[in-house]
Design a protein around this ligand. Structure first.
Ligand code: TMP
Length: 218
């Protein structure tokens, strides 16, 4: 496939949307850039997103299958065709979110990855950008109550699970400290994307000249 597939991952509120917008803007010009997300990147996916997030309680295995169904349809009808016509696809969340949230946090284990791999016929990103941030770092000046502590522990668990995935496949991941300024993060993202574009023999993005290790900071 002649296109380029970059995915952004990370906990909620780390700035994925802002950075996706910045990267897409920087890459637009003489190439087609498709910005998309999971769940909800297609009309069917929007219905599935609604069902998962805005309905009644969904049984954990059903929830995992709904994410996988959204993904299978999204990849088959939107992402693969875009990559086949040579476009850049910039995507908010992918299989790693299911591994972390359904497989890890919900305790459903390794089957979750297998279901998504089957659903997507094994499509992997050229690059996964993990925006990493210490949960709630320096934002509270009082003792946390039980719910807040549990929420903080949950976020720390999610963060660690993403970092573990990044360590497992350093050649496909870049980890970027998302607590930096928006401009600094955007610069690191561009630099990592340029390395990955170069590895595929594709032209780079202008404006990214900050040095970054291929696997990022921490
Ligand atoms: P977002 O669109 O704001 O990132 O919200 C998506 C939410 O869905 C987020 O809390 C993470 C969650 N999610 C999963 O639990 N599993 C998945 O496979 C995906 C793609 C998202």
């Amino acid at each position: 496939m002649s296109g380029f597939f970059v995915v952004f991952e990370g906990g909620d509120g780390v700035g994925k949307t802002t950075q996706i917008d910045r990267l897409a803007q920087a890459m637009r010009g003489d190439r087609e850039v498709v910005v998309t997300r999971e769940p909800g990147g297609t009309p069917l996916g929007q219905q599935l997103r609604q069902a998962i997030m805005h309905g009644d309680h969904v049984a954990p295995r059903a929830e995992a299958l709904l994410y996988a169904a959204d993904r299978a349809h999204h990849i088959a009808t939107k992402v693969r065709p875009a990559l086949e016509r040579g476009a850049v696809v910039v995507q908010d969340r992918y299989i790693d979110s299911s591994i972390v949230y359904q497989g890890g946090a919900r305790g459903l284990g390794e089957e979750v990855e297998r279901i998504s791999t089957w659903g997507t016929e094994g499509l992997l990103p050229d690059l996964t950008v993990l925006l990493d941030m210490e949960p709630g770092e320096g934002r509270l000046d009082r003792e946390l109550d039980r719910v807040e502590r549990e929420t903080g522990e949950y976020k720390a668990l999610i963060r660690q699970a993403f970092l573990d995935l990044a360590r497992r496949e350093p050649e496909r991941y870049v980890v970027i400290d998302a607590a930096q300024s928006i401009d600094a993060v955007a610069g690191h993202v561009r630099e990592a994307v340029n390395v990955a574009l170069g590895a595929k023999g594709l032209p780079g993005v202008a404006g990214g000249n900050l040095a970054v290790e291929p696997w990022g900071t921490p």
